[in-house]
Ligand binder design. Structure first.
Ligand SMILES: C[S@@+](CC[C@H](N)C(=O)[O-])C[C@H]1O[C@@H](n2cnc3c(N)ncnc32)[C@H](O)[C@@H]1O
Length: 280
């Protein structure tokens, strides 16, 4: 899998952020995106407690419909999800007493005072944010001893060998040169480092969940749209999605006749990179 960098990467960055503004994409994303396991929220919160005992405020930036946010409400007095996309925020839950959602940008969290946040997180979103400005803003709002945690997962695997081979074709062999932000996600965030000394990486967490043929296609649709928007060869939207659809209907005709039936068990490897802002 090749990657492109520099100017092309900057261009594809804004194109990638725009993907989530589309109303249909946002709804599909909210419907089919699986939640992270309890374990992920527990591990990050426990890591915070190593530095700060009384956990007050967590802010999840690039929160989408809140699937990377809500799990922190058990651990923090107050949780805020922030996303640049109004359509994503409109789909986030509004009935959790200690959780609120706001439209906002990672590079301008001006509703937060400097040094006021115990945890800043970003789930599967940091790769499409302007790196330096975002890190500077995260550092501004974090209190000394606060935690920055970036997490996400790579391409899927499956317990079924046939489906696993299809994933290898669709997510690795078929894809052309990738924008580096997309390669970063599919590679499981291996390249991300923290700006704080003593930071740690966890990539031993496995999440399994059941999904449908539609669920598989929706998660791939974002990749297909991203590649079409970045393409210099005039590749059309839907090209890679149609290929995956054909692989699935050839191998699993019954499951594709019932596209919302959760016939498939998927396996994702979660990666968490976290560090404490120095206290002094
Ligand atoms: C792949 S989704 C991740 C959603 C959720 N956190 C999850 O883990 O599934 C990426 C999200 O980042 C948001 N996003 C992209 N650039 C952003 C920025 N500069 N500031 C805030 N949110 C941003 C997008 O609107 C989108 O909702």
């Amino acid at each position: 899998m090749e990657t492109v960098s520099s100017d092309r990467a900057q261009e594809s960055l804004s194109k990638a952020s725009c993907l989530f503004v589309d109303q249909d994409v946002s709804s599909e994303y909210a419907d089919y995106r699986h939640s992270y396991s309890e374990e992920v929220f527990q591990i990050i919160s426990d890591y915070c407690r190593e530095s700060i005992q009384d956990l007050n405020l967590a802010v999840d930036v690039g929160c989408g419909p809140g699937n990377s946010t809500v799990g922190f409400t058990k651990h923090f007095k107050q949780v805020i999800g922030v996303d640049i996309s109004e359509t994503q925020i409109a789909l986030a839950p509004n009935n959790i007493p200690n959780c609120q959602f706001k439209v906002g940008s990672a590079t301008n969290l001006d509703f937060l005072q400097a040094g006021s946040v115990d945890l800043v997180t970003s789930g599967l979103a940091f790769n499409i944010m302007p790196r330096e400005k975002t890190l500077a803003e995260f550092d501004r709002v974090l209190r000394p001893g606060g935690t920055l945690a970036i997490f996400g997962y790579g391409g899927p695997a499956a317990t079924d060998k046939t489906l696993n081979d299809i994933f290898k074709k669709a997510f690795v062999d078929d894809l052309p040169v990738l924008p580096k932000e997309l390669a970063m996600v599919l590679g499981g965030y291996k390249d991300i480092e923290m700006p704080y000394p003593g930071w740690v990486r966890r990539d031993d967490i496995i999440v399994k969940f059941q999904t449908s043929a539609n669920g598989i296609l929706i998660s791939y649709k974002i990749i297909d749209q991203w590649l079409a928007r970045c393409s210099e060869q005039g590749e059309t939207e839907g090209k890679y999605l149609a290929q995956l659809q054909k692989y699935l209907s050839d191998a699993f005709p019954e499951s594709c006749k019932h596209p919302n039936r959760k016939d498939f068990e998927l396996i994702y490897k979660i990666c968490i990179v976290m560090g404490h802002k120095p206290k002094y």
